[in-house]
Design a protein around this ligand. Structure first.
Ligand code: ZN
Length: 307
């Protein structure tokens, strides 16, 4: 459906919420993939890449490029490196964290997620360009959802790979605000940066590519106003998203085990503090909040995902 808007040499593998979209770029001198999905889906990711390579008679995947290092965007890196011997490119600000696989600097422990360790060979420096397939893409800093996230912009075709900085409806959770770091202002600045670019097509981290950028910017800004005017809203939303993400993989989980995970996930404990709830209140509240929003149900003391 959306292929119609894409110039030759770019294919979007639209995924879901647990795995971010994969964007496949191919040309005479390069084949690269942007973002690799979640580790539980790595076999599917490898299959999608392999199919595309066969279809276009490509012998080599040169680069695996990550917009940011959340587990839904780079969870397939390790498996892709093993299968295709590709080089990995990460945002420059994450280099030390990845080199040392520093669990304090990387987000996985903090967000209660999993990501297999991977090596990297190159870094993405905002302001520089990178060849993906047959086009050069400008690397743009896009803090807010994640302080080190980048977007990729192709000026000739006016295409923006926006990661989680802009979706058709909204943007990724403003995580830094959950633990007392700045995020609202950064999101506003990133939206301003997007508005200043001529963009005909946005390829987001989740959801289908879209063309009505002003409409999406307007809805993102009204969402940002709503969240920033009462940071409790951002904390409640972020906590629900983190549990829902985990539940997407679990499908169903005994409530006692859910609570165990909540208590040992630092970002959730920070959210509880922000919301002035003690641990008991918070572990009582969070699964019920997910049920109330229609994303899960509780059956026989088990939390069950509703898709
Ligand atoms: Zn993300």
């Amino acid at each position: 459906m959306t292929a119609h808007f894409l110039p030759p040499g770019i294919e979007v593998f639209e995924r879901g919420w647990l795995s971010a979209n994969n964007i496949f770029h191919f040309g005479e001198n390069d084949a690269s993939l942007v973002d690799s999905g979640y580790c539980a889906h790595q076999d599917l990711t490898i299959g999608l890449v392999r199919n595309a390579m066969q279809k276009h008679r490509l012998l080599k995947l040169n680069k695996m490029v990550n917009t940011h290092l959340h587990s839904d965007h780079c969870g397939g890196n390790a498996a892709l490196v093993e299968s295709f011997h590709c080089e990995v490119y990460i945002p420059a600000a994450e280099a030390i964290a990845v080199k040392n696989w520093d669990s304090t600097l990387l987000s996985y422990d903090n967000l209660g997620q999993e990501c297999p360790q991977f090596p990297y060979q190159g870094v993405l420096v905002p302001g520089e360009e990178i060849l993906l397939g047959r086009y050069f893409w400008k690397i743009l800093a896009a803090p807010g959802h994640d302080p080190h996230s980048v977007m990729l912009y192709q000026a000739d075709h006016r295409i923006l790979i926006s990661a989680d900085a802009l979706w058709e409806e909204g943007f990724g959770v403003i995580f830094p605000e959950l633990w007392g770091e700045a995020g609202f202002e950064e999101v506003a600045q990133t939206l301003d940066l997007i508005e200043a670019l001529p963009v005909n097509l946005v390829i987001p981290g989740h959801g289908a590519p879209f063309v009505d950028v002003s409409k999406s910017l307007a809805s993102a800004r009204s969402r940002l106003d709503y969240l920033a005017s009462d940071p409790d809203r951002n904390a409640r939303h972020g906590a629900k998203v983190l549990l829902k993400y985990r539940l997407l993989e679990w499908r169903s989980r005994d409530l006692a085990q859910v609570n165990e995970w909540i208590v040992k996930t630092p970002a959730l404990m920070s959210a509880a503090k922000l919301l002035n709830m003690n641990i008991d209140e918070f572990t009582q509240w969070l699964p019920k909040a997910l049920v109330k929003s229609g994303a899960a149900k509780i059956e026989n003391k088990t939390l069950v995902d509703l898709g």
